[in-house]
Design a protein around this ligand. Structure first.
Ligand code: ATP
Length: 296
């Protein structure tokens, strides 16, 4: 027969608590959170971790624009091929004209975390909206912290390098049909203050689509299209800087123990060299941190 203390330690129950509190507290489950500015490779790392052999896992999106349905190119939603068969939750679940708040995220994602844990799998939360992650982890009387142990990973890329990469990503989005996709959402009378219309890459094209609607001359339209693309690039870079500042705040002010993985060198290479650098600098160290977190 185990002593009360041995029993409590097996269940990870602090023995200094009075007996009535000790009795009902189940052991904590594990959760991994992958953070980082836009374009750093968070989604890729989440899939790499889930597809690795360490632990079966499912991924929960924490990007505040990807929760809405539609605009898959502009919001850079993960494609079915990129998912590698790993189940992804909270992508395209909200009506595009609704307002999906941080409180909505906290409620919905905690249900997803619970159901993934109940299946004996590891929930991996990945996405750039730090206010969403903060609402889940530090909101509601720290209830989440009392039920889950959290391992934070941060994919970091030096800002000048990331700015070049996100500019190129906007060019790729344009080539993939971004302008047509946004044109479908254009409405002369709607504002850009709710739902998916707030996404970077939507309000920026307003003047261009108005010029089409009012039949402006070709030269004016070409100029407005060029500035819309440039503005999308500039605003994406500003978003990346803002996200980085928030990660620093969560680390330095909230005291989150965040493991930083420097992916800068990956972005300075191309092709198989970039793949190799990703494996060596991000995927393998990330996977080792998660293995230590799970197995001690
Ligand atoms: P905050 O709530 O303070 O705005 P946050 O950390 O919750 O910050 P971010 O992810 O930084 O949220 O998003 C802020 C804004 O950036 C969004 O309102 C949207 O305009 C834009 N944005 C975020 N993610 C995307 C995306 N995937 N595609 C396009 N725009 C995005």
């Amino acid at each position: 027969m185990l002593s009360t203390q041995a029993h409590a330690s097996l269940l990870q129950i602090p023995t200094h608590l009075p007996p009535f509190l000790r009795r009902h507290r189940p052991p904590k489950q594990n959760v991994v959170v992958v953070m980082g500015a836009t374009g750093t490779g968070k989604s890729k790392l989440a899939v790499d971790l889930a597809a690795g052999r360490h632990h079966p896992a499912e991924i929960i999106n924490s990007d505040k624009m990807q929760v809405y349905e539609g605009l898959d190119i502009v919001t850079n939603k993960i494609t079915p091929e990129e998912c590698l068969g790993i189940p992804h939750h909270l992508i395209g679940i909200a009506d595009s004209d609704s307002d999906f708040t941080a409180a909505d995220f906290a409620a919905t994602s905690s249900l997803a975390v619970e159901s993934i844990s109940e299946k004996g799998k590891l929930p991996i939360i990945a996405g750039g909206s730090n206010s969403f992650i903060e609402a889940l982890i530090d909101g509601r009387n720290h209830e989440f912290r009392s039920r889950y142990d959290v391992c934070f990973l941060w994919v970091d890329v030096a800002m000048p390098v990331l700015h070049r990469a996100v500019s190129l990503r906007v060019d790729r989005m344009v080539a993939a049909g971004m302008v047509e996709e946004v044109r479908q959402k254009f409405d002369l009378n709607s504002s850009y203050s709710r739902g998916i219309r707030q996404a970077i890459g939507v309000p920026e094209f307003d003047s261009f689509f108005r010029s089409e609607f009012y039949n402006s001359d070709r030269k004016t339209r070409a100029k407005l299209l060029e500035s819309a693309i440039n503005e999308t690039k500039v605003n994406t870079c500003k978003l990346a800087c803002k996200q980085l500042r928030k990660i620093h705040r969560l680390r330095n002010v909230n005291g989150w123990k965040i493991h930083r993985l420097d992916a800068t060198k990956v972005f300075e290479k191309t092709g198989s060299e970039a793949d190799e650098a990703w494996r060596e600098l991000v995927a393998e160290p990330g996977s080792a941190i998660v293995a230590r977190f799970i197995h001690g």
